[in-house]
Design a protein around this ligand. Structure first.
Ligand code: ASP
Length: 439
């Protein structure tokens, strides 16, 4: 058996956290591939090493000394090194990294050093082999991952090492230059490593006991989700649940590798298992239809009305062609006979709204175009909602009882989600009352 385990920044923020990680890795001999982030926050107002590295880059760009900021970074690693009793020559490594950071360094190269140094320390601590991700994780010049090339390279290196630590977040272009993923990208490194080595599991260790049914900033102590399908996860993440980097899913999903979210600070907690589908429902799941509730604020509903619109072929298409011309993506299209609406992000539509409406008036000659800002979209997601009578009844009853007006409703044909639009002022209240009613 082979498990790829990735630890996030807060799991690696100090020597104390390093000790927890070591205990977790050593408790299961299958945990042979360890992917690390850079040291994250130790407490609420702390600064992540990656953020400090971005600050170093800004100093270099404006020709200011970055030494003081680099010292803050160095102290983070010194504490880990001393606290874990490591013997490698950290000062030499730090000096080398600091010297290599200059006006010719790319921002990706600079910010990747957080993971690089952490992986060096973790490798010694575990007695595993350090493999630099620039030597296996390959990017094409268009910025996309070369999956086959990366898989082959890691397989070759792993065959000689057997127990390895890999820095997350970066790889390299064909000419060897460092390239990072977007923020949070160590999740993706772990997923690619798991797919490359056909792992039996990919465990993503973080500081929460799995994916939660709702945002803990809105609902007190939301329940963790025990099992979620990749499809549900996609819906939840798209609609605002902050779970994994969005590119994480593809490599593991394509190879059907189970993905676990676990808590470094509470390893015994069950966490969340993510799979393509589940054969059996847990006892807990049998009692509930809903997997998670999430949402996003600040949408606009634009309603185009024209009498007998239904008899005018191409009316909706011509309207949407104009929206497309302005590079705006449409989230939902609720419609009736003489009008139809489309829901878009307010932030995206604002700069071009007036031009777009003028063009619609000129081309389509509608009776009216109405714009409503301040809309929140709330998604109720659950694979068990499909074909189950009563879910939407309960939903509407709950919102009605709580005096929440529904501005829009939509249900996908696979019945995995129901999306409702409410006023921004009702955003939190809606999530709270739905959570209470469906748990
Ligand atoms: N350290 C990087 C960040 O803070 C990458 C990661 O942790 O996944 O975004």
């Amino acid at each position: 058996m082979l498990k790829v385990v990735k630890f996030g920044g807060s799991s690696l923020a100090s020597s104390e956290q390093f000790a927890r990680v070591k205990a977790i890795v050593e408790s299961d001999p299958d945990r042979k591939v360890v992917v690390v982030s850079a040291p994250g926050k130790r407490f609420k107002d702390d600064t992540k090493v990656t953020d400090l590295l971005y600050i170093c880059h800004a100093h270099i760009k404006y020709h200011a000394s970055f030494h003081d900021v680099f010292e803050q970074i160095a102290d983070r690693y010194r504490e880990i090194c001393q606290g874990c009793g490591l013997t490698q020559d950290l000062e030499k490594e730090l000096a080398f990294v600091e010297e290599s950071m200059n006006a010719a360094s790319s921002v990706d190269e600079i910010v990747s050093r957080g993971e690089y140094l952490n992986a060096k320390l973790m490798a010694e601590y575990l007695g595993y082999t350090f493999i630099d991700s620039k030597d296996w994780l390959r990017f094409n010049y268009d910025g996309r991952v070369d999956f086959e090339g990366s898989y082959e390279a890691l397989q070759g290196l792993f065959a000689h090492a057997k127990q390895v630590v890999l820095p997350g977040f970066y790889g390299s272009f064909p000419d060897g230059e460092i390239k990072t993923f977007s923020r949070g990208g160590s999740d993706v490194t772990g997923a690619i490593a798991a797919a490359a080595l056909d792992a039996d599991a990919y465990e993503n260790w973080t500081d929460v006991s799995g994916i939660l049914m709702a945002d803990p900033r809105i609902v007190d102590n939301p329940r963790p989700i025990e099992q979620v399908t990749f499809g549900e996860l996609r819906e939840l993440s798209y609609m605002g649940a902050d779970v994994l980097h969005e590119e994480t899913v593809f490599p593991v999903r394509s190879k059907n590798i189970p993905l676990y979210i676990k808590n470094t600070n509470d390893p015994a907690a069950r966490g969340t298992l993510i799979l393509e589908e589940f054969e059996r429902e847990t006892e807990d799941e049998k009692r509930r239809f809903v997997t998670g509730i999430t949402g996003r604020k600040h949408y606009s509903i634009i309603t185009v009305s024209k009498a007998r619109m239904n008899e005018e072929p191409g009316f909706i298409r011509n309207t949407l062609k104009i929206v497309e011309k302005y590079g705006i993506t449409v989230e939902h299209i609720p419609s009736s006979i003489d009008s139809f609406s489309f829901v878009v992000s307010t932030q995206k539509i604002e700069p071009c709204l007036h031009d777009m409406i003028n063009e619609m008036n000129d081309v389509l000659h509608p009776d009216r175009i109405k714009v409503d800002h301040g809309i929140s979209l709330i998604a109720i997601v659950g694979r068990r909602m499909a074909w189950n009578v009563g879910v939407s009844g309960k939903l509407f009853a709950t919102l009605g009882e709580n005096n929440i007006n529904i501005r829009m409703i939509e249900q996908g044909a696979d019945e995995i989600n129901i999306i409702i639009g409410v006023a921004d002022k009702d955003f939190k209240k809606t999530i709270r009352v739905l959570y209470d009613s469906f748990t």
